[in-house]
Design a protein around this ligand. Structure first.
Ligand code: NAD
Length: 309
């Protein structure tokens, strides 16, 4: 297949570029590098079948030649990023999704949207299955990201129903692994870098809020299974192993042999209290489930940060 990946120079996008090239597909990576980094894809330059285009996908998107798949991953994704880039986040979720759906329609290509568990907001149903509609504050600081993704899901379904575009929607839960940025504010890279540097580990709130963290290689396999399926409604992709943020911090302290202290900062507004994917749909329809344990994934990520620091 010839595949366009928007956001391909970001954390998830770069792993996806690499995976698809290894599966002998051709990859066009399109990214404006607003939160991504060309270092993430530097090792792919020169590989036959790989192309990079620096471009903002909120503008009209044109790609010459045939295209079989459009994977729309472009979007600021960490709370620090999307609160610093609120308008860009709304634009890439709304206009960027519109433009890339238009391209898929024009090329008769299939389309996959990288959506998010943040569509569930601060959930009142636990664990979250795809038929839960969520509890999102549209005007809070997180609304720019959550609502952009909810709009992106809506327009994706509209292009499927009205224009017959062959679409997929992946609702991605917290994912971690190599190539995350140390200062993007997400819990895992922040805790790892603080632990390795001997600095205090900063937890927001009392640390009792839960998250379910999945390792990047499992997510990439899940995305590939979804691409190859014919499921048009949203599918949760995540690791159901739920833990409190405090447990995650303590696990990282143990795995890094760090003496850092844990300190507590005020909880940000609208921070979800719980988060856990119900992945029965992905198991049943894709035959997919995560394979990498949290400890194994953390060890690989810690190793990568040690090398890169
Ligand atoms: P990331 O910031 O590392 O990657 C996003 C990429 O999109 C960056 O390279 C950035 O430069 C690019 N981008 C942003 N706006 C753009 C625009 N207008 N035009 C072109 N490129 C643009 O974040 P990530 O963690 O790799 O997230 C990738 C996707 O997966 C996002 O859509 C995000 O919402 C989704 N997602 C991620 C997670 C996670 O845990 N990492 C969870 C749920 C959903």
């Amino acid at each position: 297949m010839r595949v366009l990946i928007t956001g391909g120079a970001g954390f998830i996008g770069s792993h996806l570029c690499e995976f698809l090239l290894n599966e002998d597909h051709q990859v066009i990576c399109m990214d404006n590098l607003v939160t991504g980094n060309a270092d993430n894809i530097a090792h792919l330059f020169g590989i036959e079948g790989f192309e990079f285009i620096r471009y903002d996908v909120t503008n009209y998107v044109y790609v010459a030649g045939q295209l079989d798949f459009v994977l729309h991953f472009a979007s600021p994704a960490s709370p620090i990023d999307y609160q610093q880039l609120p308008i860009q986040t709304l634009k890439v979720g709304a206009m960027g999704t519109h433009k890339t759906l238009g391209l898929a329609k024009e090329k008769k290509a299939a389309f996959l949207l990288a959506s998010t568990s943040e569509c569930y907001g601060d959930p009142q149903v636990h664990p979250q299955s795809e038929d839960y509609w969520g509890n999102v504050n549209p005007v809070g600081p997180r609304g720019v990201y959550d609502e952009a993704k909810r709009y992106a899901e809506a327009i994706t379904m509209a292009y499927h129903r009205y224009h017959g575009v062959d679409t997929r929607i992946a609702r991605i839960f917290n994912t971690f692994g190599p190539r995350m940025r140390k200062n993007d504010g997400r819990a895992v890279p922040t805790f790892i870098c603080q632990a390795l540097a001997g600095q205090d580990i900063t937890i927001f709130g009392d640390g009792s809020q839960t998250r379910s963290f999945g390792y990047i290689t499992d997510l990439i396999e899940g995305i590939y299974c979804l691409m190859l399926s014919d499921i048009h409604t949203p599918v949760n992709l995540g690791n159901p192993q739920e833990m409190t943020v405090s447990e995650m911090a303590k696990t990282i302290l143990r795995l890094t042999n760090s003496n850092s202290k844990i300190v507590f900062n005020p909880l940000p507004e609208d921070d979800p209290k719980v988060r856990q994917p119900d992945i029965s749909k992905a198991k049943r329809l894709l035959g997919w489930e995560p394979k990498v344990s949290i400890a194994e994934g953390l060890n690989r990520t810690i190793h990568w940060f040690q090398q890169s620091m």
